[in-house]
Design a protein around this ligand. Sequence first.
Ligand code: RIB
Ligand code: CA
Length: 332
Amino acid sequence: MSDKIKVILDCDTGSDDAVAICTALLSPEKLDVLGICTVNGNRPVPNTTENTLRVKDLLGSDVPVIRGCYCPMVKSLDPRREVLETAHSAKGEDGKEITYHAEYLDCLPPSHSKPLPMHAVTWLIDTLMNSEEKITVVPVGPLTNIAMALRLEPRIAEHIEQFVIMGGGHLERNSTAAAEFNIWVDPEAAQIVFESGVKIVLMPLDATHRAYLTPEDSKYFRSLGTKLGDFIAQEIDDRVEAYNLLQPLHIPDIAPMHDALCVAYLLDPSVITDIRHVRVDVDFSGGLCDGETVVDTRLIPPVKPKNCYLCMNTDSDKFASMLRDILSRAKN
Ligand code: RIB
Ligand code: CA
């Protein structure tokens, strides 16, 4: 039995998803990435799938990419629940779209590889149910694929080592005053996952806003003279511009790489400096707090069992240093 961690990524690629995928695929000494599922989120699933394939091609990887769900489980049935309060994009002075996530990762060539000819939910169930070793599942987009798989075949929970999820916010939010994007897009899916009984390491915005790269890092990656270095530099530059304009954070001129923190944690858990075992539930009542991750911080016996290891702070320097080291391994 290999001592590598068997991993399935579930992504809505997405600029920071792309950085997470690169970090995972460039860490073969520790991670055995079995597949990358794609889901609706930052962009529609045809786009998130094409973007994932472009990253796969950039790295010359043979990892399978499997297309997943086109929409949330139930939320989009009620148009009143679609109120995104934080703009996802804006027009710059030159008319260029300023956004966290371009329609396509247009600094990469169109993909030449194809997704597997099956649905991600089917692939997840088949892969998990037929695996002799438990698998770590790393969802970094809305949890629709994962929840659908749990609903179709609850026994997959016995084959999952842990979830390492980018999602939620305890004191920090983004999509609305109450919610973080991945959870907000499909709150019901998130609650299904939170009730699965599988160990969950949850990376909310409280931690991922401190997992960032900077214009200095961008200069470093550009100096490498590799396609990957140029791609990472472009994603940093675009995200710094988008955050400065659309969602100023605790310090200016940073590019949070939310999803890559999940991979960094798998590689070195000490990148997280504050982790709490708590009960987390999701509000899916459709009101003001739709999609909120409600953290029970009361010092009383929890009414419901604690279900999440909630990561509340990050060693930002360690994170950036890990990504500089790992992402400079690519030779072209
Ligand atoms: O809120 C941040 C999360 O939403 C990240 O996963 C980003 O890629 C988007 O999916
Ligand atoms: Ca994502």
